[in-house]
Design a protein around this ligand. Structure first.
Ligand code: ADP
Ligand code: MG
Length: 439
């Protein structure tokens, strides 16, 4: 059974707070910013975003009380220590910084540069749904026309990427590529598909297939299982696994062409496409002269420049127990923050709960309830690592995360009603836990 998303409830909370509020279509401007310079805590109120709950949130006692009334889904985690794993010795080689994907390239803006702001920046919010997930863009700019244009272009860019990576639409670029699997044809692909496929294959290799961008045939089986609530027969899994294996993807760099060597192969970018789209959209906002922006797509976040007069955005990681206020916060700017877990997407069959994240080596959805939050230099990497670490487990996963520059992870796992929390070594530093809470 799939859980429902609480974003609609949270949206109501946000709208009540935006007073007075200007609306242009679905965009709104909040004029409370003038109070922000006096009461900085209030900025926190506007800039809080639940990683998995897509909310704006004020960490005051009153709100904490209010939260108890909101039926937010909660995850509690227990770390199971694997005696064969060693945190001190990463199991995977390092990615060099040059291998971390740069932010996606976009055509240079034809417009003249935006003139320097003569007025105080105003907070603007735009909400919609993209890539089958709730999208929220928050940005600061003195001019509503500029902010609106930037947000509209950012959304159009996400839309465009959906047409590349979407797995449901038979006309998407990925689906068209998959149609050629096993035929011996190589296909020239777009820059976006090339870049994200190359990164995904690297992550697949480094995790020895715990993360596998060719997981599509198995994910399809689990999608059907979520609808029918029945376990697919074993032969179906066997058949699907024949068509899974990142080593069956051949890249031709000179031509930017791809060949899928086995018939029935299906690439699945569900674990990384949102992060990539967020980075692309943030880049557009920057090009349009609106660098102070936060983009939240289904709980994965890209943080641009911080709000005016602030050093960071403040993001709350959802509480692990129902009714509890969040215990973990990320106070950062210019980075990506992503969460993977089975909070909303899972199926219960025979009393056992299976996640939408699958271990490609067994073909089975993860059965331990975990939630992994990753902070990385960009949202693409954060998204990919959050899924990969979910499969690798806390020991191997967190040790591997530590091999990436400026990257940290928080791993929560629930067993019964007991939660254990595990963090990579730099979590405290990179989450800004040591940052001055007043800024
Ligand atoms: P969410 O989409 O909920 O934010 P993730 O980023 O972890 O969560 O992505 C989950 C999606 O990744 C699944 O719906 C599926 O499409 C894909 N996926 C599942 N298991 C794997 C895996 N082992 N490796 C790569 N992709 C996976
Ligand atoms: Mg992911």
């Amino acid at each position: 059974m799939e859980g429902s998303h609480p974003s609609s409830i949270i949206t109501r909370i946000v709208n009540r707070r935006q007073s007075p509020c200007k609306r242009f279509g679905s965009m709104s401007a909040n004029w409370d910013h003038e109070a922000d310079s006096v009461n900085r805590r209030k900025i926190d109120m506007h800039d809080f975003s639940y990683l998995t709950g897509i909310s704006l949130h004020e960490p005051s006692p009153r709100t904490a009380c209010r939260q108890k009334l909101v039926p937010a889904a909660i995850v509690i985690c227990l770390i199971i220590l694997c005696p064969q794993c060693s945190i001190a010795e990463p199991a995977y080689p390092r990615l060099s910084p040059s291998e971390i994907p740069p932010l996606p390239a976009h055509p240079a803006s034809q417009r003249p540069p935006t003139p320097p702001a003569r007025h105080l920046p105003v907070r603007w919010v735009r909400e919609s749904e993209e890539m089958a997930a709730p999208l929220r863009i928050i940005c600061y700019h003195p001019d509503g026309v500029v902010a609106d244009r930037a947000m509209a272009r950012a959304i159009a860019r996400i839309h465009q990427l959906n047409a590349v990576f979407n797995d449901y639409d038979p006309t998407s670029e990925v689906r068209r590529l998959c149609e050629t699997a096993g035929t011996g044809k190589k296909v020239q692909v777009s820059d976006d598909l090339w870049r994200l496929l190359a990164l995904s294959l690297k992550i697949s290799e480094q995790t020895s297939g715990a993360f596998d961008v060719t997981i599509g045939p198995i994910v399809r089986l689990w999608r059907r299982a979520r609808m029918s609530r029945e376990m697919p027969p074993a032969w179906r899994f066997d058949q699907a696994r024949q068509a899974v294996g990142y080593q069956w993807v051949r890249l031709y760099p000179e031509e930017r062409a791809v060949e899928l060597l086995r018939s029935g192969m299906r690439l699945d970018f569900g674990a990384v496409a949102k992060g990539y789209a967020i980075d692309a959209a943030l880049q557009v906002m920057r090009e349009e002269g609106v660098p102070s922006a936060l983009i939240d797509l289904g709980g994965d976040l890209g943080l641009g420049d911080p709000p005016p007069d602030r050093h960071h955005w403040t993001v709350a990681v959802a509480a692990v127990k129902p009714g509890e206020p969040p215990s973990y916060f990320v106070r950062r700017a210019r980075c990506g923050v992503a969460t993977s877990g089975d909070r909303y997407r899972f199926v219960v069959i025979g009393g056992k709960r299976y996640s939408h994240i699958v271990d490609p080596r067994t073909g089975v959805g993860l059965t331990d309830q975990s939630e992994v939050t990753v902070i990385a230099p960009n949202a693409t990497l954060a998204d990919a690592l959050a899924t990969a670490v979910s499969v690798l487990g806390p020991e191997k996963g967190l040790a591997w995360v530590e091999t990436f520059p400026d990257t940290a992870a928080l791993y929560l796992r629930l067993v019964g009603d007991h939660t254990e929390v595990h963090t990579s070594k730099r979590w405290k530093e990179l989450s800004g836990e040591t940052a001055d809470a007043q800024l």
